[in-house]
Ligand binder design. Structure first.
Ligand code: C2O
Ligand code: CU
Ligand code: CU
Length: 467
């Protein structure tokens, strides 16, 4: 990554558009779903979760009989699940065995800025560091961690670096339910089973692999006996997941930052890249499918049912009924904002070396590690207006805290948020805007960006300094 500041150059690594890919049936479908393993905890003191995470390249057998070089945390794809309780102190010794600099970023978690894996705090190739933070009371939720070095985040993630983090409340109203953890990612494999670089189209629209995987498997079978709680992550670089279980309703109980106030029953739920959800699964015995229905991000194509993707088979082995408390959580009353900010995502076409290329901008600028774009005061509640002034969807994400969406506006029509929820990632449709309430709880520098990683990597990112 040669570009330390200013407008990033066009990405140096660029694969041709016409690489031949492995067919879908190269990955066998329908294996029973295997739960992710827990990160071995090495706690030495009460309330301290201490563990080692190593990022390293290794040869994996993703496709039977073929070798793929992947980059992974603790040689696991998806990376290990870290679980801790509110109030715990987390100490992660991180070892970088990659040939390039990287960081561990704690997506959505309220960790101090100097522990949050900012691009400015890169761990050099061969280096290591300790990440240390305490999880505040009220931070229970469904998070993840991934690299955040300047410019190289897309490649490090599509080669396999991403892991999961759950923060639990000690008195969790759904704590009695058995849980399934479902991380959805996609993977592109060339016909020799290698992971190709991004091509031009990926750098414009975001990378989507031909294999859409659930916990690293293609179309696994998930068994639901008694009522279950699911946590679902969209860890794809750019793929939108319109999740549905045709023939059944979905009971949504949580979002990025923990439980909703009340369960919401919907037919489908859109998870943009980076977003998470919690569901409760119950219903009559029988077999159904978890689907990602086709989604058109540019609104220029056509949403066709033949583009629907089956993510998993779900086998309900017995009849069950979801008995949920009327109230899952009580959110504090909304505070009156004391400051306002405006963030505009835009794209401009430019000519570079006789080639058309797109620039992805925040407030008219490309990301600069040395530049502070916005200033906030610690503990101030602010009203941010996020505007998508472009023809394609962009998911807005900010570090260090959760926010609450008040309403969205599209074509002059304002719609209040359907329910209150804590979010750190929120999708904006083309020319849509959203008003959010946000409060930062730690001093320091925080990134905000589009979570289509190719857009973030090319500069659709800004920085707010909290003082
Ligand atoms: Cu999930 Cu700035 O990242
Ligand atoms: Cu983040
Ligand atoms: Cu984007």
């Amino acid at each position: 990554a040669g570009h330390a500041s200013g407008t990033p150059a066009m990405p140096q690594k660029m694969a041709p558009d016409n690489i031949s890919l492995l067919p879908l049936d190269a990955l066998p479908a329908g294996k029973p779903h295997a739960a992710l393993f827990l990160l071995p905890t090495l706690s030495t003191k009460p309330s301290v979760l201490a563990a080692t995470v190593t990022a390293e390249p290794f040869e994996a057998e993703l496709v039977p009989g073929k070798k793929t070089v992947v980059w992974a945390y603790n040689r696991s794809i998806p990376g290990p699940l870290i679980e801790a309780f509110e109030g715990d102190t987390v100490e992660i010794r991180f070892i970088n065995k990659l040939a390039q600099a990287t960081t561990l970023h704690w997506h959505g978690m309220p960790v101090p800025a100097d522990q949050d894996g900012n691009p400015q705090d890169a761990v050099p190739a061969g280096g290591e560091r300790l990440y240390r933070f305490t999880l505040p009371i009220g931070s229970a939720g469904t998070y993840w961690y991934h690299p955040h070095p300047h410019g190289d985040t897309p490649e490090q993630v599509y080669r396999g670096l991403a892991g999961l983090f759950i923060v639990r409340a000690k008195n969790d109203v759904l704590g009695h339910l058995p849980e399934q953890h479902l991380v959805i990612s996609d993977l592109r494999l060339a016909s020799d089973a290698s992971i190709p670089d991004n091509n031009m189209n990926d750098w414009m629209n975001g990378r989507e692999g031909q294999f859409v995987l659930l916990n690293g498997q293609r179309e696994p079978v998930i068994t639901v006996g008694e009522t279950q709680r699911w946590r679902i992550w969209n860890a794809c670089s750019a793929r939108y997941l319109r999740l549905s279980i045709p023939g059944r309703k979905i009971i949504v109980v949580g979002s990025d930052g923990g439980l909703l106030e009340r369960a919401q029953v919907v037919d489908e739920l859109l998870l943009a890249p980076g977003e998470r959800a919690e569901w409760v699964l119950a219903g009559p015995a029988g077999g159904v499918s978890l689907m990602a229905l086709a989604y058109d991000r540019s609104k220029m194509g056509r949403v066709a049912p033949e583009q629907d993707i089956k993510l998993a088979s779900i086998q309900f082995t017995q009849d069950s009924v979801a008995k949920l408390p009327e109230r899952l959580r009580t959110l504090p009353p909304k505070l009156k904002p004391v400051a306002k900010k405006r963030v505009v995502f835009s794209e401009v076409m430019s000519m570079e070396g006789g080639q058309h290329s797109m620039q992805f901008l925040v407030n008219g600028k490309s990301y600069d590690m040395q530049r502070v774009d916005l200033h906030s005061r610690l503990g101030d509640t602010e009203l941010w207006e996020i505007v998508n002034d472009s023809h394609m969807d962009h998911p807005f994400h900010i570090h260090g805290t959760q926010f609450e969406v008040l309403d969205t506006t599209l074509k002059g029509k304002t719609t209040p948020a359907p329910w209150r929820a804590y979010k750190d990632t929120f999708n904006l449709k083309p020319y849509q805007s959203a008003r959010i309430l946000i409060t930062q709880q730690h001093r320091g520098l925080r990134m905000f960006h589009c979570h289509i990683l190719e857009h973030e990597g090319q500069g659709m990112m800004g920085q707010v300094l909290v003082k």
